[in-house]
Design a protein around this ligand. Sequence first.
Ligand SMILES: Nc1ncnc2c1ncn2[C@@H]1O[C@H](COP(=O)(O)OP(=O)(O)O)[C@@H](O)[C@H]1O
Ligand SMILES: [Mg+2]
Length: 352
Amino acid sequence: MARIELRATSKTWDDVVAVEPTDLVIGDGEFVAILGPSGCGKSTTLFMLAGLYAPSGGDILFDGAAVNEVEARDRNVGIVFQSYALYPHMTVRDNILFPLRFKDVPREEALKRANAAADLVQVREYMERKPSQLSGGQQQRVALARALVKEPQLLLLDEPLSNLDASLRLTMRSEIRNLQRKLGVTTVLVTHDQIEATTMADRIICMSRGRIEQVGTAEDLYHRPDSLFVASFIGSPPINLLQANAAGGQLAVGDGRLPLDGRADGKVTLGVRPESVVLGEGSLQGRIDDLEPHGRETIYHLTTPLGGVRALEAGAVARHKLGDTLPFRFADSLVFSTDSGRRIDGARAIAA
Ligand SMILES: Nc1ncnc2c1ncn2[C@@H]1O[C@H](COP(=O)(O)OP(=O)(O)O)[C@@H](O)[C@H]1O
Ligand SMILES: [Mg+2]
């Protein structure tokens, strides 16, 4: 296992900056997720860790030693690609054995390790098959076994579940998580799926446009987002963002006014999670213009003097109906500087 460090590591192609100079430490045995929208530099970061891409600047360190000059196959890194990238003409066994070819592992020992890796991900019974004779989920497991057979000090997973159907994704999520716990291998998962990141990883690295926006636990990112980007990228249904102006301890939001707790001035954006909108009580008024039943919960769209507000209420039965006018309040809120997009610590709207 290894402690991984990026020091001002960057990657550019001609005029494309894929990854800006980035500092990051991943602890020995930690499971982190790099989360962000398509094109933000997740895979590029992963491929630099793997040694498949050379950084344009900065250093990559494994256990304190720079590996910039170390070839991919000498880094002892296991990688699972989004497309699996299994060799179609080889059997499952030969696919899993492949990474050991370049190592001085005796045949007997190599077979033992391939079997052990296959057992870990439960593909032992398919050893004679070709990848085309396997389902997507089974191919995924073989790719995982191939990544693990070297007993890597770092496991890299690039969107490993994106080609699986929803129920299989759910199973594989917890299987990979459990496997990682059992092996204790330092793991970096790349994903654009917030649920995957929050359910699997110890810590999440949220990226946007080649930069790290925030590093933290799922709870940090959800409840204490550093920026508007993180606040709106994390959470489903998404956070309400209301344009406002702060002056004299008050927030002017649309046609409404709310007392402000904490210090903020000028153009701000008020962020309210849909579940923080409490319906049926409070000093604000809104009308339900749309509602979406989701089984265990209902999402309401309200027209209010503050602007449009989305509210989420738990419960199997919707308690309010279309056209109802009703009071509401905010149980909690966040305030961001509209210009910088940064959250203003300690500021919130009082909407009791
Ligand atoms: N081989 C490449 N040559 C040129 N540009 C690339 C290459 N690979 C990625 N990029 C660009 O770098 C940026 C980040 O890409 P990538 O790391 O693949 O994003 P992600 O994995 O987050 O979707 C994108 O703008 C992408 O077009
Ligand atoms: Mg990618």
